[in-house]
Design a binder for this molecule. Structure first.
Ligand code: PLP
Length: 387
């Protein structure tokens, strides 16, 4: 059993995916063709949003979201420190300043009470927006965050890279899917191979706001338009104008074709992730030195990651790697990165996330993880803990 590496996450590519990509490679369009639109429409329907805009990765989508929301040099934005660097970097790309807000010790999501403390400590208008992350696949209650954002006149970006298919229950008892555009201004998804849906590199932004939708499309393609209604003049059928400084952040059609077949299996993948989580939960239930992820009846956890906390995390990490189980740490808190320390952050600023970081470890979690492999992982974790 221990003869091959078991990673913490991996893609699942099947014959449907391969066929779809090959068909698109043989078609007229490798990029800017019909597969992009199809993927966008199917993805928007999947998360219950009005609009979806495909990007070449989630980092580009985050950058474009920040630009669409008009983040300017010096604008202050509140971000969770428990995330991948891109969730905060998108603000920096636009010259904005990042203020980190500590996390809830049970869900590991941005703590709304800490957010309120930060907001109450400064005059209204100090902060322009908030970036929350549905970390590990645990969906934020965005209704609560929207209320706070509205009170302070702030926009809200939901980084839902870990959470396609997740939902929370709102105050009226309705299920609200991550990225459905009801509460966040823009939500972002990633299609990196360790995520639920893989296109190699790839990302998506969703919104219900038609103006933001137009801006996301506009900045994705150089800030160029051919729309006759928007042109300053019109020299003829070929004529286009670059009206703003945009980017080339486009996804290709063959990646979109892969995204479409992957999306069709997304719910099956989620089911499998639930079963894996359940099995880990049961295996570790009676072990006091293992803290398993928070569970709640009123949310659906997308389980991008299955994170445990243990007293000797480094010991367990090394032991598992020696036994070919490539568990991983998510994440080194962002405020402790040298780049963000140079901007004035330091150890001790955010005690809850720093404590979490000392103990967290992500165990293998992906739809093709076999029972045998999972049992091996569980046995190795138990072996180390009982030493
Ligand atoms: C929470 C989060 N945000 C953003 C990103 C960036 O995604 P991408 O690699 O598609 O640019 C990631 C990817 O790891 C992520 O986990």
């Amino acid at each position: 059993m221990s003869d091959h590496i078991i990673p913490y996450g991996r893609q699942y590519i099947n014959e449907d995916d391969i066929k779809a990509v090959i068909e698109t490679l043989k078609s007229d369009y490798l990029t800017q063709g019909p597969k992009i639109k199809e993927f966008e429409e199917k993805f928007a329907a999947y998360v219950d949003a009005k609009y979806a805009v495909a990007f070449n990765n989630a980092t580009s989508a985050l950058h474009t979201a920040a630009k669409a929301l008009d983040v300017k040099p010096g604008d202050k934005v509140i971000v969770t420190p428990m995330t991948f660097a891109a969730s905060a970097n998108c603000i920096r790309y636009c010259g904005g300043e990042v203020k980190f807000c500590d996390i809830d010790p049970e869900t590991y999501l941005m703590d709304i009470n800490r957010l309120k403390e930060i907001l109450e400590a400064s005059p209204k208008g100090t902060y322009k927006g908030v970036v929350v992350v549905d970390f590990a696949g645990y969906p934020h209650n965005l209704e609560e965050f929207r209320t706070v954002c509205d009170e302070y006149g702030m926009w809200l970006i939901e980084d839902a890279c870990h959470a396609p298919g997740a939902w929370f229950t709102d105050s009226k008892g309705n299920k609200q899917k991550s990225g459905n555009g009801q509460f966040a201004d823009i939500s972002i998804f990633s299609f990196h191979p360790v995520k639920h849906i893989a296109t190699g590199e790839g990302g998506m932004a969703t919104t219900n706001n038609p103006d933001l939708y137009k801006k996301l499309c506009h900045y994705r393609t150089h800030g160029i338009t051919k729309d006759p209604a928007l042109l300053h003049k019109n020299d003829g059928g070929w004529y286009y104008e670059m009206q703003d400084l945009g980017f080339n952040y486009r996804l290709t059609d063959f990646q979109a074709a892969l995204g479409i077949t992957q999306l069709a299996r997304a719910d099956k993948g989620l089911d499998k992730r639930q079963k894996i989580a359940q099995k880990y939960d049961e295996a570790f239930a009676d072990i006091k030195d293992i803290k398993t992820p928070q569970r709640a009846e009123d949310i659906y956890h997308a389980f991008h990651l299955y994170i445990i906390q243990v007293p000797d995390r480094k010991g367990l990490y090394d032991f598992l790697h020696d036994n070919r189980v490539y568990a991983q740490v998510h994440y080194v808190p962002l405020h402790l990165m040298p780049y963000y320390q140079e901007l004035g952050n330091k150890e001790g600023d955010l005690p809850i996330v720093e404590e979490y970081y000392q103990h967290c470890l992500s165990l293998p979690m992906y739809p093709t993880l076999t029972d045998e492999e999972q049992e091996y992982v569980i046995s190795k974790v138990k072996e180390f803990i009982s030493k």
